[in-house]
Design a protein around this ligand. Structure first.
Ligand code: G3P
Length: 499
């Protein structure tokens, strides 16, 4: 058997390909950013053709940097930004509209209309409140607004997929027999999948006016979906793992058992708490979602605290305010001051997700005095990531009835020591990062490798997990409570802003 597995991570800001060995160590990587398209306030789009080109390019980069060929690769895993909706013509292979990204809030009026005064009307079936975040309303928007799209969809000519599905279809042949499938974790983010039966709900599809023929087949997260098509550098290699990126990171962190969790610091932050084979409905603003399903084995579920804006706030400081010229500089700027100087940023750019689910919230910068400088703003930006996480963990603790004793973290911003220390301080529990912080790609590689016997079972994967760094809390309880109180007050200022 070949010695490596490749994972394709189709994320919000970039696409990456990472090659792993049996120990779960990184052998080589390729990465390319794609354009973020903001046609109007609240709208966020990606070009699906650009994404697919980039995926092909990063596969080539990773293979050539590792001096490897397809013969060295046992399997391909895919992980992806979830919820982002692509609708394409199955005969031409072209998207009928740009991908509508998970952060996009244009569908609020569709949400209001479908909710009929109750955003939780489907929650007991699909685990999610009606919100612009999920794929369903985005598909409806495309069918309602792109000329000819509804007729074509009804004639069976259009396909929908999240970006895992778009990549899988293209990778396995596209118009020439591409496989139209997704995995249970991605399907659980559409608003259309019944969490118990793992199948599409005809009644909900009828409410949305979305033809079932557009939807991909729902498969497990670890099985052979098809082989890579013949013109690819990876030709004939099986594609055998798909997990939405947050579920992939949980899998990559080897958080397989009930009560285990992880928090990923990416464009947004996403905390996932494993509830094993039990479907738990949150009373505190968390989502219920599928964690993973390996082949025919039982489905594992999870509670999720989704935060829309964390890392993307740092990009905003860079791109929109220009107070830093690269994202890592934020740490230096934040360290130029002792504290936030009284300033708080609530980055409700897409409304507020967990635990509030307030689409009408908008970003707020409060507590300003003449004293506040850009160092304080940088610090407040980092702190907002930690405060939002603290609120999600409060919800997890309340739902599970058990206090979290440490937080496993991963993702780009975990390289930021100032943030990680503040996170531990504000939570009052240690924060722990593994050696391989690329847990998202690793989780997809694991799912793919398990399906083809590259790894023999979860014990192999758990044995690969190693601690890299631990931040111990170092803030007294009164001060922690005071800062959280001020944060919550700042959050109230961001609400009810929409006219
Ligand atoms: O639900 C959205 C999430 O999957 C996006 O993750 O890492 O691309 O910010 P990321």
């Amino acid at each position: 058997m070949a010695d490596y597995v490749i994972a394709i991570d189709q994320g919000t800001t970039s696409s990456r390909a990472i090659i792993f060995d049996k120990k779960g160590s990184i052998v080589s990587t390729g990465q390319k950013e794609h354009e973020q398209i903001f046609p109007k306030a609240g709208w966020v789009e990606h070009d699906p053709a650009e994404i697919w080109d980039n995926v092909r390019e990063v596969i080539g980069q990773a293979l050539s940097k590792g001096d490897l060929t397809r013969h060295d690769i046992a399997a391909v895993g895919i992980t992806n930004q979830r919820e982002t909706a692509v609708v394409w013509d199955k005969t031409t292979g072209k998207a009928v509209y740009n991908a509508i990204v998970w952060q996009d809030t244009r569908t609020q009026s569709i949400v209001d209309e479908l909710a009929q005064g109750d955003v939780e009307r489907y929650k007991s079936i699909v685990g999610l409140p009606l919100a612009t975040y999920f794929s369903g309303t985005k598909i409806k928007w495309i069918l309602d607004n792109v000329e000819g799209a509804r007729e074509k969809a009804e004639a069976g000519d259009l396909l929908f997929g999240t970006t895992d599905c778009w990549v899988l279809w293209n990778l396995t042949g596209g118009t020439d027999g591409g496989v139209h499938a997704t995995d249970v974790t991605n399907a659980s983010r559409t608003l259309f999948m019944d969490l118990e039966t793992l199948s599409w709900r005809d009644d909900i599809l009828a409410d949305f006016g979305v033809p079932k023929s557009m939807l991909p087949e729902i498969k497990s997260s670890s099985e052979v979906y098809g082989n890579v098509e013949s013109s690819s550098l990876l030709r004939e290699v099986p594609v055998s793992g798909i997990l939405g990126d947050q579920q992939a990171a949980t899998f990559g962190q080897a958080a397989f058992a009930a009560g285990e969790s992880k928090n990923t610091y990416g464009t947004g932050n996403f905390l996932i708490f494993n509830t094993d084979t039990e479907i738990v409905h949150s009373k505190n603003g968390l989502l219920t979602t599928v964690g993973y399903k390996l082949g025919d084995q039982p489905t594992h579920y999870a509670l999720e605290g989704s935060i829309a804006v964390t890392g993307s706030l740092i990009q905003w400081l860079r791109d929109n305010l220009g107070i830093i010229s690269s994202a890592p500089e934020v740490e230096e700027l934040a360290k130029s001051v002792e504290d936030n100087g009284g300033a708080y940023i609530v980055p409700a750019f897409s409304g507020l997700f967990a635990p509030y689910w307030r689409p009408d919230a908008r970003g707020a910068l409060v507590g300003l005095t003449r004293y506040v400088n850009k160092g304080h703003i940088a610090r407040a930006a980092l702190e907002s990531t930690a405060f939002q996480t603290a609120e999600v963990i409060e919800a997890v603790n309340a739902d599970s009835g058990v206090e979290l004793t440490e937080l496993k973290v991963d993702g780009g911003m975990t390289a930021n020591d100032t943030l990680m220390q503040f996170q531990a301080d504000i939570l009052g529990v240690p924060v722990v990062r593994p050696v391989v912080a690329e847990t998202t790609a690793l989780g997809a590689a694991y799912a793919a490798g398990l399906a083809v016997g590259f790894w023999s079972g979860l014990e192999d994967l758990a044995a690969n997990w190693q601690e890299d760094k631990r931040w111990e809390p170092n803030l007294d309880a009164d001060e922690r409570a005071r800062q959280l109180r001020l944060w919550k007050k700042a959050v109230t200022k961001s609400m009810d802003w929409v006219d």
